[in-house]
Design a protein around this ligand. Structure first.
Ligand code: PLP
Length: 385
């Protein structure tokens, strides 16, 4: 059966070039980078190269890059690490209503422990208000944390402006750039953020590796202690092969971002326009988006049913619905955007990568409209005309 993978915001295929550079670290280059002998020393030299490659993708200095096990760990380190560095004295945090659980659940955890959290809302296009951010900051604010690009809709937040507001007010700023890194330019040389979190498996490196940029001079208390690795900010013998892979993946993204974005955007737009033209009652959720993401609501149908039918044809996409306790709740992102229940329920996310082809988009456009027609014909929700 043909397979079409359109779920790249969930995870990406490891790039062949990335796989190639990591393999020696499972064979001959097995030294511990902390060891003083040559086995360790040569591995340490490769780690330094990877750190430089990740730094280059972000416009950072290599000594500002701290490797972690994933994006979630990087987010946790930025948030918990900042709160603790301020000795829990500042009790107010600001974030948005549409964060990934890596930030959302961390903020909720702190909220339960007595912190006050301001949850900035978004409008129907997924955009937030800078004035609201400005007004929310107080002398008690410990940290502002906002995602750069939304994993469900691809909506890009005005991170430059948000970081500048925080700098003016003297408040540390963290951005979860897990979906943005490798897809849109990031330059901490001009962006006054204190933290930027990224994840390997979203940019064609394997799962199990991430990184946190920490601006020089930023105070942060480590979450994993016990070793001197990552300059004492993240203990634990390094996931060497994963880090080497992340470095290579970062340098590939850095080198080819513009041309890849053009190709991916053209395919995404073709898919989107094709769907809007052939599937009645379909709407795109979110404006000002990543070039690879299209979140489309098919009114009166459950997103999960569409996904199962697509899966039968070898097409992988995803829906924002969380299948919890037997009920299909619309995602918190759709709810925050005020997407009506019937549309939120029927939302499907298509997220592309450099490996998608024109043929694959044609295949989806050929098979999706009949699926939508069939499901709508049996939908109990379709309004009487
Ligand atoms: N932040 C965002 C925006 C994400 O999309 C994800 C993963 O989906 C994460 C954080 C968590 O990254 P990881 O899977 O590496 O923990």
């Amino acid at each position: 059966m043909k397979t079409v993978y359109l779920d790249n915001n969930a995870t990406t295929a490891v790039a062949p070039e990335v796989l190639e550079v990591m393999l020696p670290f499972f064979k001959d280059l097995y030294g511990n980078p902390s060891s003083v002998h040559t086995f360790g020393g040569q591995v340490k030299a490769h780690l330094d190269t990877a750190r430089q490659q990740v730094a280059d993708l972000l416009g950072a200095h290599p000594e500002e890059i701290y490797f972690t096990s994933c994006g979630s760990e990087a987010d946790n380190l930025a948030i918990f690490g900042t709160v603790e560095a301020q000795k829990n004295e500042k009790r107010h945090l600001i974030t948005t209503r549409v964060e990934h659980p890596a930030v959302k659940a961390t903020m909720q955890y702190l909220e339960k422990r007595g912190f006050r959290v301001t949850w900035l809302g978004v409008d129907g296009h997924g955009a937030l208000s800078l004035d609201e951010l400005r007004d929310a900051i107080t002398t008690d604010t410990a940290l502002v944390s906002a995602m750069w690009a939304n994993n469900e809709t691809g909506v890009i937040f005005p991170i430059q402006e948000m970081a500048e507001i925080c700098r003016e007010k003297g408040v540390p700023f963290h951005t979860d750039a897990v979906q943005a890194a490798g897809k849109i330019p990031i330059d901490v040389g001009t962006l006054p953020a204190n933290f930027v979190a990224i994840s390997g498996h979203k940019l064609h490196a394997p799962k199990g590796v991430g990184a946190l940029y920490i601006r020089k001079g930023t105070q942060v208390v480590p979450r994993v202690i016990g070793g001197h690795q990552e300059r004492g900010r993240r203990a634990g013998t390094e996931n060497v092969a994963g880090i080497i892979a992340l470095g290579k993946a970062a340098s590939l993204c850095d080198a080819h971002m513009n041309e890849e974005n053009q190709t991916v955007r053209a395919l995404r737009d073709k898919l989107e326009q094709g769907i809007l033209a052939t599937c009645k009652d379909s709407v795109v959720n979110g404006q000002h988006r990543l070039p690879n993401t299209s979140n489309i609501s098919f009114k009166y149908i459950e997103g999960e049913s569409i996904l199962l039918h697509l899966d039968d044809l070898g097409i992988a996409a995803s829906s924002g619905s969380a299948c919890t306790s037997g009920s299909l709740e619309p995602s918190h992102v759709m709810r925050a955007m005020g997407v009506p229940f019937q549309a939120a329920h029927g939302s499907v996310r298509f997220s592309l990568s450099r490996y998608n082809t024109d043929d694959e988009i044609d295949y989806v456009l050929q098979h999706l409209p009949p699926i939508i027609d069939r499901l709508r014909a049996i939908s109990p929700f379709v309004e009487e005309e």
